[in-house]
Design a protein around this ligand. Structure first.
Ligand SMILES: Cc1cc2nc3c(=O)[nH]c(=O)nc-3n(C[C@H](O)[C@H](O)[C@H](O)COP(=O)(O)OP(=O)(O)OC[C@H]3O[C@@H](n4cnc5c(N)ncnc54)[C@H](O)[C@@H]3O)c2cc1C
Length: 419
């Protein structure tokens, strides 16, 4: 056992060396230095190396944050997010990373990436800072038990710490280490969690038309349940063998996932608009006039200028229209049906891709358990939480890493200031 009181030095255990844990450890070490406090900081990481997930973020480019942070981009407890964000916002994050030597750039949508376009650059600068600050990194060490002692905490009945930070992530993408074990560690402490479910994932559609597999087409997806639109997003939709994928599917999957979990028995639909920039009436008039001017044209040419041919052919077939017969055979009523299929195609969602395919966990430690100013658990003195394990999740665009970094920074700082 490594008892801190042997040397009279305060010890802090950071459980989980992902985005939030790494920044928490750095922030704690810097705060201690600034305040002339002696402290031993250890990061316990289950993987052979820290920051494995960071390397796959943003398709290997790491979308660090976004210049447009707004309440619309967050779910779960927005109050918790903004309570923390005000201590360490996107500008503070960029300044923090630039100080470590990471130059960033911003794209047209406000997404911030490393100038190198390499997620590895983010991890490299964070790892060097751990080294510089002499933070103890203990890899290949999964923490499976956490006990409160008279003075602090005992991890795996082996490591002692005066304070600890739980930064184990949630349950999404367990291949990178976040397997939900953080929730298990909290069980003895009776900490309330909101229901967790996968978000930023793909949508599985009942009886999906296999012919659509492989198509990529611009469009908008709206999630509807009991006739109510819940969430919508547009961009390039990827049609797969099981349903809908791509950024818009990921963005709306949270609403579908939540409804399927909480509203069992109610049908949930993805309504796809494949011609977003025109109204139903404009589209109808366009198609009518095109068909009127080209009466002998085969049906398949009617939508050829609007969307990928295979998507057009499937929508025509859904309306019982022939792609071979000339368009003069199409009657007025069929045009209404076709416009409806193009702009309001309903797919019944059977499920969403699970935690293993999801980028983020929705739900987690309930905000009511957490002191917003310090991220300490109200019921357990000396235990702090940060990152995805808490009930905050964001849309695609750098919002989840911003939360991980902001919360990590605050938890690290406060865990030391409370000494
Ligand atoms: C493919 C993919 C792409 C993404 N891209 C982006 C993006 O570009 N921008 C963005 O904002 N967000 C992105 N995200 C989401 C973002 O990566 C996460 O929200 C963020 O990493 C969460 O940080 P965290 O520190 O809470 O958890 P994690 O990063 O998951 O880190 C948790 C760490 O704790 C370790 N651990 C878990 N349990 C234990 C235990 N019991 N003992 C010891 N160690 C443990 C894990 O091995 C892991 O290293 C992406 C996610 C995925 C899966």
């Amino acid at each position: 056992m490594s008892f801190s009181d042997n040397k009279g030095v305060f010890s802090l255990a950071v459980i989980g060396g992902g985005a939030s844990g790494l920044v928490a450890a750095i922030s704690a070490a810097r705060t201690a230095q600034k305040n002339n406090k002696k402290i031993n900081i250890s990061i316990y990481e289950a993987n052979p190396r820290v920051g494995k997930k960071i390397l796959v973020t943003g398709n290997g480019r790491c979308n660090i944050t976004n210049t447009n942070i707004s309440p619309n981009c967050y779910f779960g407890s927005k109050d918790l997010f903004f309570g923390v964000y005000e201590h360490f916002d996107n500008n503070a994050l960029i300044a923090f990373l630039e100080e470590l030597g990471l130059k960033v750039k911003t794209d047209f949508a406000g997404r911030v990436y490393p100038l190198s376009n390499q997620a590895a650059s983010v991890l490299d600068v964070l790892r060097y800072e751990l080294l510089r600050l002499k933070i103890n990194v203990v890899c290949d060490t999964k923490i499976v038990s956490l006990k409160k002692t008279a003075r602090g905490f005992l991890l795996n009945d082996e490591f002692f710490a005066d304070a600890c930070i739980i930064s184990t992530g949630g349950k999404a993408a367990s291949v990178h280490g976040s397997d939900g074990s953080g929730f298990e560690l909290l069980k003895p402490f009776n900490i309330k969690t909101t229901p967790i479910f996968p978000a930023l994932t793909a949508l599985c559609v009942e009886n999906f038309t296999k012919a659509l597999k492989g198509i990529r087409a611009d469009g908008e997806i709206a999630i509807k349940c009991a006739g109510k639109p819940l969430l919508r997003a547009s961009g390039e939709i990827q049609y797969t063998e099981y349903g809908l994928s791509g950024i818009p599917s990921m963005q709306v999957s949270r609403a579908a996932s939540e409804q399927l979990l909480l509203n069992k028995g109610k049908d949930v639909f993805a309504v796809v608009d494949s011609a977003v920039s025109v109204s139903d009436e404009e589209l109808k008039q366009f198609l009518l006039s095109f068909a009127r001017n080209n009466p002998e044209m085969p049906g398949e040419m009617l939508l050829a200028g609007l969307m990928p041919k295979r998507l057009g052919a499937t929508l025509m077939s859904d309306c019982s229209l022939s792609i071979e017969k000339s368009v003069k055979c199409i009657n007025q009523g069929a045009f209404d049906k076709l416009v409806n299929a193009i702009k309001h195609k309903k797919y019944k969602i059977s499920s969403v891709k699970g935690f293993n395919d999801a980028q983020v966990t929705a739900g987690g430690i309930s905000a009511e358990e957490i002191d917003f100013n310090t991220l300490e658990l109200k019921k357990v003195k000396g235990m702090y939480v940060c990152g995805e394990i808490a009930d905050v999740d964001g849309t695609c665009g750098g919002y989840n890493l911003q939360w991980a970094f902001s919360s990590g920074y605050l938890a690290g700082q406060k865990s030391v200031m409370e000494i």
